[in-house]
Design a protein around this ligand. Structure first.
Ligand code: PMP
Length: 343
């Protein structure tokens, strides 16, 4: 799909939208007497509005990810990017999105908020991607397909070849959510942005980068799609304190933390498999394990009594009897395993 065809999918009102132009969009200098934005003039570090285009942060992300600044959108978590995708492309009560099930819940919630139908296609055996069924679920009003890889809560990545196939056959936008890609043995789709104008890749600083509290998510896409994100977002969607802390904390090397998490994932998975209360540990490319247990609710409640909180997924279709357990520090994981051994 070429970019003209992608832009033709955009809602008419969004294409026609004249965005709010902030005072700081119009003046590019950093020095001067700023009497334009009704701020308090007395300095305290935060009395001025922040850069609405987050130029410094995007330059930093650009160098980390080797993607040009013009292909980067920064949002208030990737949840903001998910909502913007829907608001840009989907006409309420007319258009629909297609996604897999089980998967991350915000695609459906964001669609519901925008009054957009969600068509969910159940994953296959061992949570395989049902590529044919996904394409069979689309119609002329399907604007977006959300595919989370590695998938939450199942933990598996989907083969790149299948994702390519969908990108080629679907006449709509494919949003690949790579929130957990830094823990995966499979490569990111970022290197394919030049090949597919209908690809949006979502990543986040909330997982491997350890900055969940700062609320910073990223969308990578063709520059014209990024232009639409910039048009529709709140003018100052990222605050200065968050940007400054992110710039500092992005200096540190996260490789050693990721290595520990991946090694712990292997160890915890192995130890869980030998426990009586565990039926199956699903293979994971993420920083969590989906674990089928004998009695999910009593294990869940026992862990709560021990002040260990895991995610009960036992009522999610396709995940019956499972708990989703995030990989903690080695000490935290030991404590979890000790309690589970007593079951
Ligand atoms: N995508 C997936 C698959 C997630 O699991 C999550 C958070 N749990 C998000 C996106 C949202 O991340 P953020 O903190 O960037 O909003």
């Amino acid at each position: 799909m070429d970019i003209e065809s992608v832009i033709s999918l955009v809602r008419g009102n969004i294409n026609r939208l004249k965005p709010y132009s902030t005072a700081r969009d119009e003046y590019k200098g950093v020095l001067g007497i700023f009497l334009d934005a009704n701020e308090n003039p007395f300095p305290n570090g935060y009395n001025r509005y922040p850069d609405p285009q987050q130029t410094l942060l995007k330059e930093k992300l650009s160098s980390i990810k080797s993607i040009p600044v013009e292909n980067i959108f920064v949002g208030n978590g990737s949840d903001e990017a998910i909502d913007l995708c829907i608001r840009i492309f989907c006409e309420p009560r007319i258009d629909n999105i297609v996604t897999i099930a089980p998967t991350y819940g915000m695609y459906s919630v964001a669609a519901a908020i925008n009054d957009i139908e969600v068509r969910e296609v159940q994953l296959g055996n061992d949570f395989a991607l049902p590529a044919d069924a996904l394409l069979a679920a689309i119609d002329t009003n399907t604007k977006l397909m959300f595919i989370c890889s590695p998938n939450n809560p199942t933990g598996n990545s989907f083969p790149i070849e299948q994702l390519r196939w969908i990108l080629e056959y679907f006449n709509g936008v494919v949003v690949v959510d790579e929130a957990y890609v830094d823990f995966s043995s499979q490569n990111s789709m970022l290197s394919m942005l030049d090949e597919y104008d209908n690809l949006i890749v979502l990543q986040t600083l909330s997982k491997a980068y350890g900055l969940a509290a700062l609320r910073l998510g990223i969308a990578f896409a063709h520059k014209d799609i990024i232009g639409l994100f910039a048009k529709v977002k709140y003018p100052y969607n990222i605050n200065l304190a968050g940007m400054e802390r992110a710039m500092e904390l992005l200096e540190r090397d996260i490789r050693s933390e990721i290595d520990v998490i991946i090694e712990e994932r292997r160890r915890v998975s192995h130890e869980l498999e030998s426990l009586k209360c565990v039926v199956k540990v699903y293979p994971s490319d993420a920083n969590f394990l989906l674990v089928k247990v004998k009695d999910a609710s009593s294990i869940y409640n026992r862990l709560i009594r021990e002040q260990i909180i895991v995610r009960d997924r036992s009522h999610v279709k396709g995940c019956e009897g499972t708990l989703r357990i995030t990989i903690g520090t080695p000490q935290e994981n030991d404590r979890l395993l000790d309690i589970l051994k007593s079951f």
